[in-house]
Design a protein around this ligand. Structure first.
Ligand code: 5AD
Ligand code: SF4
Length: 442
């Protein structure tokens, strides 16, 4: 029997896929290793959204192959780099990889692992075919416990933002059948999970035979035991009013939206093929705040997209000032193979300028996060207890409020998975602190 260790890079979808892979392997008689040292096979579930993620994986491959205990080990590459690796492996037969499986090929893993013992040619061990249909609806992922679980509701992306490699690595959009998603939510509830995050590269494009994302949210909301529902990530180009209404009115749906801006200048947004203008984005934010003023908003921003001028960068800052995000992930543009941007637009913003811009935006975001967090002081929040101690102290416990902000509370016998009402008494850029007023019965 082979022992397999899996290491995951990148987004939440990859974390979810790792749980799918674990489930497939366990069902087929494989064991999961606790660490790399005791594994016969190491799987790297990779990300290729930015170049630094790529480089990390190359380093890891060499580390693993030359591991300290000197025992032989097989290495398999999963995830978004799999497609790129195919080419590189064919060009560089010395790269110590035994097999690769793309995001739609995980059900074939037992066969690929089996083939390691045989005399098959290495190129037989590549499966990076992308499917138009695979949604893994028949695989119940082995989630790692705790109170939060994830469900992939759609896979792939058809948007082709010009900077993004996802449409090439994960293929076309496809949605999972609602009954199947609701069944998974019920099963998770019966195992004690309290919060579910619905995942998709582009969740609000979800559609299955007439069921749209807003209806899906409501259906999941009917599952007893699941008290909080989140979703990530929507695309600002299609955020229909009915969806906003459901979020605002359904008490189980968290009042938090991750709304990737990417850039503040309409010219840059056009070059990115984001299909909305600065004005349209800002109008959407106004509409959201009109319907639900307290909505927590977070975002993704790219600095230094090809040809982005200083004035255009200033526009990104202006949008940040207008919106005042609760938090933001800010990235330097990283040229990705195959993308339209790579083929058409030279990566012409110097590295030093990208660095200046990212530093500036991170400073501004810190101020905004602190301000938005401080505004909660004195408020009363419902907190879902996630951990009975924090990394820093056993005298404190940790939970999250509806807006997905971490709340630190003095230790008490509340139990993970339970809800308390807490008064917020202090705030930093990253966390809220509070005191428990009462335990909630839900
Ligand atoms: N360069 C930099 N950031 C990127 N992202 C996606 N592709 C790139 C790229 N080529 C960022 C986007 C996206 C987030 C998941 O990663 O901001 O929303
Ligand atoms: Fe990439 Fe754009 Fe699709 Fe998001 S919406 S996965 S950024 S192509």
């Amino acid at each position: 029997m082979k022992k397999v260790f899996i290491e995951t890079y990148g987004c939440q979808m990859n974390v979810y896929d790792t749980d799918i892979v674990k489930s497939v392997l366990l069902k087929n008689g494989y064991q999961l290793a606790e660490n790399e040292g005791e594994a016969d096979v190491v799987l790297l579930n990779t990300c290729s959204v930015r170049d630094n993620a790529n480089r990390k994986v190359y380093n890891r491959i060499h580390n693993i192959k030359h591991r300290k205990n000197g025992e032989p080990v097989h290495i398999g590459i999963l995830g978004c780099m799999a497609t790129n690796f195919r080419k590189q492996l064919l060009e560089n037969p010395k790269l110590p990889i035994d097999f690769i499986a793309g995001p739609d090929s995980y059900k074939r893993l037992p066969q690929l692992l089996e083939a390691l013992n045989g005399s098959a040619k290495r190129s037989d061990n590549f499966d990076v075919t992308l499917s138009e249909f695979e949604t893994y609806s028949d695989v119940y992922p082995t989630q790692t416990g705790g109170v939060n679980a994830w469900i992939a509701v759609m896979r792939g992306c058809d948007n082709f933002c010009t900077f993004c490699v996802v449409p090439y690595t994960r293929g076309r959009e496809r949605s999972r059948e609602p009954v199947n998603i609701v069944d998974e939510a019920r099963r998770l509830a019966s195992e004690g999970y309290r919060q579910i995050t619905l995942l998709g590269q582009n969740v609000n494009s979800y559609v299955y035979e007439g069921t749209r994302f807003a209806e899906l949210l409501e259906q999941v909301g009917e599952v007893d035991g699941i008290e909080r529902i989140r979703f990530t990530s929507p695309h600002p180009k299609d955020f229909p009013r009915p969806l906003l209404k459901v979020i605002a009115e359904n008490p189980k749906i968290c009042k938090q939206i991750h709304l990737p801006l990417q850039a503040g200048s309409t010219r840059v947004l056009d070059m990115m093929n984001r299909t909305y203008s600065r004005r349209e984005y800002e109008d959407l934010v106004l509409e959201i705040r009109e319907v639900y003023p307290e909505m927590v908003l977070t975002t993704d921003i790219i600095v230094g997209f090809p040809t982005e001028s200083d004035a255009e960068f200033q526009e990104t800052l202006e949008v940040m000032e207008t919106v005042q995000y609760d938090s933001a992930f800010i990235f330097k543009y990283s040229e990705r193979p195959q993308t339209v941007a790579q083929r058409k637009f030279p990566d012409d913003v110097p590295e030093a300028i990208k660095t200046e811009r990212i530093v500036r935006l991170n400073e501004v975001q810190k101020e905004h996060s602190l301000m938005r967090n401080r505004a909660h002081i004195g408020q009363i929040h419902e907190v879902l207890i996630e951990a009975e101690e924090t990394k820093k102290s056993s005298e404190e416990i940790q939970g999250r409020n509806d807006g997905n902000k971490i709340v630190i509370l003095p230790a008490g016998d509340y139990g993970t998975g339970n809800f308390v009402r807490a008064e917020i008494t202090a705030a930093t850029t990253n966390v809220l602190k509070g005191r428990v007023l009462s335990v909630l019965d839900k």
